[in-house]
Design a protein around this ligand. Sequence first.
Ligand code: MF3
Ligand code: CO
Ligand code: CO
Length: 268
Amino acid sequence: MDQEPIVLLSSREIEKMRQAGRMAAELLDYLEPMVQSGVSTLELNDAAEEWTQARGAKSAPLGYPSGSDNPFPKSICTSVNEVVCHGIPSAKQILRDGDIINIDVTPLLDGYHGDTSRTFFVGEPSPLARKLVEVTEECMWRGIRAVKPGARIGDIGAAIQEYAEANGFSVVRDFVGHGVGRIFHSGPQIPHYGTRGKGKKLRPGMVFTIEPMINEGTYEVEILADKWTAVTKDRKLSAQFEHTIAVTQDGVEVLTLLPERVPAVGTV
Ligand code: MF3
Ligand code: CO
Ligand code: CO
């Protein structure tokens, strides 16, 4: 992936990405109140697919990657508890109080992908689950705040890794952020661990995701027999948050955030 050229998007294309990104954020807002004990992950999937189709968009995960002998079979990823990412929605998987669930959506609107995820609580979380989820969201924001022209890709990972490890958690190595635009996954790769000052320089017009997966125990993962579901090797909890961002002339723009949710200047 890293050898792929890094595409710089024009302001016209970034406007397209804003529209796809806003749709992705709205889709998560739509799904959030459905995250309740007794609901199956397939019900969340089917609601997402219907919502997306009604808006003239497609669910990029469905059948991805095209031409593969094992394409992703559903429209969203639902990753519960020890599932790190790429959980497959199923009628057999019923949410229970105390679960945590990451919902990862990627609507494809007018040729552009908006890729975002959040981890939600089902009912009341344990104190440890709450801490893991809160630390993971803060890790994502620390990574986002490291983005500006001239900064390096390693600055993002370093900011995330420091905060995760200072809180006693670990950073998944096997999945990374990625360039996104007309193509779902392109260069550059954005590791969520690393060293300040290392890696490629960020330039205005680069658009990529920051999507740290943070584990309660070991960072090692295993892939289940379905060849998609990634779980923690020790079966302890994992959480994730993801935004799609653009490098701007003087900083960063979060494309998968509704404009009314953008934190006040100085807090991003
Ligand atoms: N949305 C995921 C990401 O953040 C990718 C899911 S690929 C799928 O990169 F095929 F599993 F849907
Ligand atoms: Co992504
Ligand atoms: Co995603």
